[in-house]
Design a binder for this molecule. Structure first.
Ligand code: F6P
Length: 372
């Protein structure tokens, strides 16, 4: 008699409870990550706790329990249902504002999470957030990180969650601007976010048909910009759109900084280039030139489908790794394939290489001016 041995594979998920947190500047697509994580975790009989307001909630113990009803339909909403903050650092945390006293709060915060049964974390954020995530992982709480930023400058993923929506938002805004620019024969300098990375300005500027694109990667020559404005206006076109990165600068000059936040991982908040440049262009060319700051509108609103899909895929990948007790990774997508990399010890931003990037090449071939 042949005895058939049937091996039944029982999947054992050892983690019973995990926490999820969003930190850093918000963007579209974060709620898609949260939904994927919560749904996939619950299907593995894991409980999920949401940490509120980024590292503020981590340190101050502000949590909510998340179940399927908390994440119903959230993937189409912008921002993050958990809240976020882009200033606090858990290992250099301001515990006394008056005395300006900072403390390393990582270990006590991990202890608080352990007290409620949390055995692993998924942390979604930019470079600063994920640097702190590495510290938390090294301190004994298993973490998987998920990159997000409208700046698209993280080496762990290209694109990052939020980038595609921000491009779309800026394109929609600039298209509207073009109709009024046309009516009034005006030049517009459109200030776009992205910090020291030009991805958002290049892609958003190009897709909205900007005539001149000024990037932090390439210092501009004011004479070249003004001559181009005159050339376009004299050619019979009724308006000029200049897409200018918030951190772009004239050759030999410094960036325009709006404020400095001492506690923030990225301390500088850029701003003011549109105001400054539009005055200079009007003075030199004589054409009426107005500034337009797109600002946080680029980060806000509903995510586009690409960000919903990317958010869900990365959320699910993260929960799979964590359930397998694999941690200390950042998950991302490269050429649409999911990848994981170890938390880097040193920040390695993804730099926009204007010689290599084919949108930049296409723009150049089409005669779009980069101010040089
Ligand atoms: O890093 C994301 C980002 O939106 C940048 O593009 C922008 O410079 C910065 O954050 C704005 O930060 P805040 O929300 O603190 O003004």
């Amino acid at each position: 008699m042949i005895i058939l041995l049937k091996i039944i594979k029982v999947e054992v998920f050892s983690l019973k409870k995990i926490a999820i947190m969003t930190a850093g500047g918000d963007c579209a697509g974060l709620n898609s990550v949260i939904k994927a994580v919560v749904m996939a975790a619950i299907n593995r009989n894991m409980k999920v706790v949401g940490i509120l307001d980024g590292y503020i909630g981590f340190v101050e113990g502000k949590y909510v329990n998340l179940d399927k009803s908390s994440v119903y339909d959230i993937e189409t909403k912008g921002g993050t249902i958990l809240g976020s903050s882009n200033k606090e650092c858990p290992f250099h945390y301001l515990v006394d504002k008056k005395k300006e006293k900072y403390e390393d709060m990582v270990k006590p915060s991990i202890e608080n999470l352990r007290k409620i049964g949390v055995e692993g974390m998924i942390i979604i954020g930019g470079d600063g957030t994920l640097d702190s995530a590495r510290v938390i992982d090294e301190a004994g709480m298993p973490v998987v990180g998920i990159p997000k930023t409208i700046d698209n400058d993280m080496s762990a993923s290209s694109p990052t969650i939020g980038f595609e929506t921000a491009v779309q938002n800026s394109v929609e805004a600039i298209r509207k601007l073009k109709t009024t620019a046309f009516s009034h024969r005006r030049v517009f300098v459109v200030e776009m976010m992205g910090r020291t990375s030009g991805y958002l300005t290049l892609y958003g500027g190009f897709a909205s048909g900007a005539d001149i694109i000024l990037l932090p990667e390439l210092d501009y020559d004011l004479d070249v910009v003004c001559n181009k404005v005159k050339e376009i206006m004299e050619s019979g076109k009724r308006y000029v759109i200049i897409a200018a990165s918030e951190a772009c600068k004239e050759k030999g000059k410094t960036e325009t900084v709006a404020r400095v936040l001492k506690d923030s991982f990225e301390q500088k908040r850029y701003g003011g280039i549109a105001e400054k440049l539009s005055k200079q262009i009007e003075e030199i060319t004589g054409y009426e030139t107005r500034p337009m700051v797109l600002g946080h509108l680029q980060r806000g609103g509903e995510p586009c489908t690409v960000d919903i899909l990317l958010g869900a895929r990365l959320g699910d990948y993260a929960i799979n790794l964590l359930s397998d007790e694999r941690h200390g990774y950042i998950v991302g997508a490269k050429e649409n394939v999911l990848v994981k990399t170890r938390f880097p010890k040193i920040r390695e931003p993804r730099v926009l290489d204007l010689e290599d990037n084919d949108i930049a090449r296409t723009a150049r071939d089409m005669g779009i001016c980069f101010g040089v």
